[in-house]
Design a protein around this ligand. Structure first.
Ligand SMILES: Nc1ncnc2c1ncn2[C@@H]1O[C@H](COP(=O)(O)OP(=O)(O)OP(=O)(O)O)[C@@H](O)[C@H]1O
Length: 507
């Protein structure tokens, strides 16, 4: 079947209208869904061996947060390889990436599926996918007609990508090349707060300014630092990470600036510090608010004069390092309280970036949940991981004091629980699989049971249960802040991370 001139004209017009790319793409796939009578349609962009949904219609909202790798989705891999229209037979044994993600059809497997790869010259830049619940849904449409739609969509997508590229080249000249992954493309979120943050990242990344990233614990400050580095001319060199909260005072100076042989007991050879490692690159100082006043003074010196001295050495070494710092404290208050140097604060906060808490990001919670569902699916080798509507509502209603990190852990824990309860590798998450921080963790309840009523367990198991419950309680009491929890538990934060990993409390 051919399309009527009217239908084609509508598609072409939708691709010209709208205020932005996002709007245009949304109109395109909504129109396609109507013209082709499909149950779901999606436009995806191809980047670094994965498909990233740009606009969807008829699919669960969390699809917008999912990242579909070629390795994890044989159907998408087939589309990427095909070079032309792909029609999957209704009985294809390749799993459809949207199985269980068409609202109202959660328990049905998608039947008819067509994939249209989108090319710019020889380069694959994206795909259109059309799904239907009845097996012969797309039989009436000829390959020729579908190719025409693909050509229109590819032209529009290519223009959008070129404009994006030109805009970023305006900010930072780059060598010409194929489409590089966009910095921060793994930073999920379309809420106004995240859109604004991504814009600010684009603006400041290309400069050489130091950046202070603030935000509550678990909001994604480290991810912002990575995006800043990746979007800068320094991206060809290292991004070096240092957590200031995990630094015992005795080794902090040597970690930052290095030492020479014999500088102190145990200094058996020369060693370079993080500043030297980050030369010509970027140094990310996480939890900068935890740095002692003495080290703050030394850090200020490097920022002012661009040279460092290894511990035990009088000679100066010049370094060219961009410093990104993160904090979940209010550094202005710390300055007022005399715990943070005002001059260092001003040097660092030339361009401050604030990462919004998850509770202010609206539906991003669902997009992020989709992203983590897809990641846990890959990690655990499951065929699908989806949220039922009640689980989505529960996730939206919860305030997420531990922000994205808490959501990430909640999804992984829920997937593990759900998988244990069903045969097979098809996981549907329901509210029962989540236990939020204001409910006592199951292990804590077991440990605090009345004496005599608790089941006797091997001592090692009981000890680990107790450790888990104490760590969970400390994290809940300190808004999932690991440094503060470590202090409350009287241990070093690095050891706490190690212990939590061993106890299966973090990935
Ligand atoms: N927008 C996002 N999209 C995808 N993953 C995210 C996003 N934000 C955060 N994450 C993930 O959440 C986890 C916590 O993020 P991150 O470590 O960057 O937070 P943080 O603000 O630096 O935390 P802290 O203050 O405790 O150091 C990480 O696994 C990170 O990859």
């Amino acid at each position: 079947m051919r399309f009527s001139v009217n239908a084609l004209a509508t598609i072409a017009l939708e691709l010209q209208s709208g205020i932005g790319h996002q709007d245009r793409f949304q109109r395109l796939i909504t129109t396609l869904r109507q013209v082709l009578g499909c149950d779901a349609s999606a436009l995806l962009r191809y980047e670094a061996r994965q498909f990233i949904p740009l606009a969807i219609d008829g699919l669960a909202q969390d699809v917008l947060g999912r990242r579909f790798t070629l390795e994890g989705h044989p159907r998408l891999e087939a589309i990427a390889r095909a070079g032309d229209v792909v029609r999957f037979p209704a009985d294809s044994d390749l799993p459809d990436p949207y199985d269980g993600l068409i609202p109202g059809h959660e328990n049905f497997h998608v039947h008819a599926c067509v994939g249209l790869p989108l090319f710019a010259g020889q380069n694959l830049i994206g795909a259109l996918t059309l799904d239907g619940m009845s097996p012969d849904q797309f039989d009436a449409f000829s390959d020729e007609a579908l190719r025409l739609i693909a050509a229109l969509a590819a032209g529009a997508l290519n223009n959008a990508l070129l404009i994006e590229k030109l805009e970023s080249q305006n900010l930072m000249p780059r060598a010409p090349g194929a489409f590089e992954p966009q910095p921060g493309s793994q930073m999920i979120g379309l809420s106004p707060g995240m859109t604004q943050l991504k814009k600010e990242i684009d603006i400041v990344a290309a400069s050489d300014l130091n950046v202070l990233i603030d935000g509550e614990t678990g909001t994604g400050k480290e991810l912002v630092a990575k995006a800043l580095h990746e979007g800068s001319p320094r991206a060809v060199n290292s991004l070096v990470y240092l957590n200031c909260a995990a630094l015992p005072e005795s080794v902090a100076e040597s970690e930052l600036f290095g030492h020479v042989k014999g500088a102190f007991t145990g200094a058996i050879s020369n060693r370079s510090g993080k500043f030297e490692m980050a030369d010509n690159g970027t140094l990310f100082l996480d939890e900068i608010g935890e740095l002692s006043l003495a080290l703050q003074a030394k850090l200020l010196r490097v920022l002012q004069y661009g040279d460092i001295q290894r511990v035990g050495d009088d000679r100066s070494i010049r370094v060219d390092v961009r410093v990104l710092a993160a904090t979940n404290r209010d550094l202005r208050e710390e300055v007022l309280a005399g715990r943070f140097r005002a001059d260092l604060f001003h040097r660092l906060s030339v361009f401050p970036l604030s990462v919004p808490p998850l509770r202010e990001r609206g539906d991003d919670v669902i997009l992020l949940a989709g992203y983590f569902c897809e990641q846990s699916r890959l990690r655990l080798g499951l065929s699908r991981v989806v949220l039922n509507p009640a689980a989505r509502a529960a996730l939206l209603a919860y305030p997420w004091p531990g922000n994205v990190r808490e959501l990430e852990h909640a999804i992984y824990r829920a997937v593990v629980l759900a998988r244990a309860a069903v045969a097979g590798d098809d996981v549907v998450l329901t509210p029962e699989h989540f236990s939020f921080a204001d409910q006592p963790p199951a292990s804590a309840a077991a440990v605090t049971a009345a004496p005599g009523t608790a089941a006797v367990k091997p001592l090692r198991e009981a000890t680990e249960d107790f450790q888990r419950s104490q760590i969970a309680a400390a994290l809940a009491a300190h808004q999932q802040n690991w440094a503060a929890s470590a202090r409350a538990l009287g241990m070093d934060v690095a050891n706490l991370h190690r212990l939590a990993k061993r106890l299966g409390m973090k990935a």
